[in-house]
Write a protein that binds this ligand. Structure first.
Ligand code: FMN
Length: 358
């Protein structure tokens, strides 16, 4: 029996797992592989140098999958901002039905996309921003906890609080959980907290189809959950990055600078050098984005293997959890039945199917 959530129904996908936009990673190879595996793959618009290049990438992706896929459009502060309206127009013209928006002042772009009937999945790190996005008419929110890779925001609220706040405060607008997810147990937990799916970034970097150097995938497998650093807090643009030598140097300068001038740290956090990391495989060549979830990633599967595994783990977890509640007076069945071994609570006796009172 497939998943049946607001996300799977609205997007026409089988597994409620979205691959979040990733600069220099979200190319057609990855997005199509995720969509072919039953999730929602997402191309990253600004990874393409111009709107016309995005058009070509959308067409390339369409040749690689018949399933729905989306495009991420991220609005970040820049001295010379990209022509967001032109990127959005290409997305509309190419018939993309799902857009992940993220970043600052998304109003004009959201209005432009909504007018064309696009489904908007807006990513944010605070309930206040989520509520503003609801007023703009977004269809889904992607709630990005402090664990996440990349722009974590400035409030440092982890998903255990943030997701329940979303459930309590968003007036029933559907939301997905983002940041810290890598497996089916995480998906089951997110669904229990009221989300209708999950968004994953770092986990998808570490798949066969992710178009980045194998050394970087190995670096993720070897890393612990403690191997990330927060940089640029001083300039209220906090990013969670992989903890390598350059990141550590950047953090030192940020802490010790007496001028507080961004120019001092700018060469360390250069996006150009970060991009090279994914191409040359030298994890210390520049800064690159990764979330605390690196501590949960131990292999490099294909997207298909990953999503099949996540689906199986989530279904098993949901079944096992049913067995943890027993109506008074009922006797536990000691057989594992089809519910399986209760790894959540090995000391508990497991009820067979049909015995659960939930
Ligand atoms: C390498 C990398 C690049 C990213 N680039 C973007 C981006 O350009 N725009 C965006 O909205 N999110 C970006 N993200 C964030 C992801 O879309 C997603 O929200 C995040 O990775 C979720 O946290 P997780 O890594 O714990 O799964 C990036 C993440 C990674 C790992």
């Amino acid at each position: 029996m497939p998943f049946n959530t607001q996300l799977t129904r609205a997007l026409g996908i089988r597994v409620p797992v979205v691959q979040g936009g990733m600069q220099w990673v979200g190319y057609a190879e990855l997005a199509s592989a995720v969509s072919n595996a039953g999730g929602l793959g997402i191309l990253t618009a600004l990874t393409q140098p111009t709107p016309e290049d995005l058009r070509k990438e959308i067409r390339r992706c369409r040749e690689m999958t018949k399933n729905p896929f989306g495009v991420n459009l991220t609005l970040l502060p820049a001295l010379v901002p990209p022509d967001y309206a032109a990127y959005a127009q290409v997305i509309i013209d190419e018939g993309i039905k799902i857009v992940e928006t993220a970043g600052n002042s998304p109003g004009p772009v959201i209005r432009q996309l909504k007018a064309a009937g696009t489904t908007i999945l807006h990513k944010c790190t605070t309930i206040r921003h989520a509520q503003s996005a609801v007023k703009l008419g977004v269809d889904f929110l992607s709630i990005d906890g402090f664990e996440c890779a990349g722009h974590v925001g400035e409030t440092d609220i982890t998903n255990f609080i943030l997701l329940s706040r979303a459930r309590q405060s968003l007036g029933g607008i559907p939301f997905i959980a983002s940041g810290g997810f890598a497996d089916g147990q995480g998906l089951a937990a997110a669904l229990a907290l009221g989300a209708c799916g999950i968004n994953m970034g770092t986990r998808f970097m570490c798949t066969v189809e992710a178009p980045i150097h194998q050394n970087i995938k190995k670096a993720i497998v070897d890393a612990q959950e403690t191997d990330t650093e927060l940089v640029l807090r001083r300039w209220k643009n906090t990013s969670r990055l992989f903890a390598n030598k350059v990141t550590k140097d950047a953090v030192k300068i940020e802490r010790e600078s007496t001028t507080g001038k961004f120019e001092e740290v700018a060469p360390y956090v250069s996006g150009k050098r970060g991009r090279q990391v994914f191409l040359n495989g030298d994890k210390d060549y520049g800064v690159w984005t990764a979330g605390q979830v690196i501590g949960l990633i131990h292999d490099i599967p294909t997207c298909e293997e990953l999503l099949v595994r996540i689906e199986r783990e989530a279904v098993e977890t949901m079944k096992q959890n049913q067995s943890l509640y027993v109506a008074e007076g009922d006797k536990p069945v000691s057989s594992t039945g089809t519910v399986g071994k209760n790894t959540n609570n090995p000391g508990a006796e497991v009820y067979g199917v049909g015995k659960s009172k939930l």
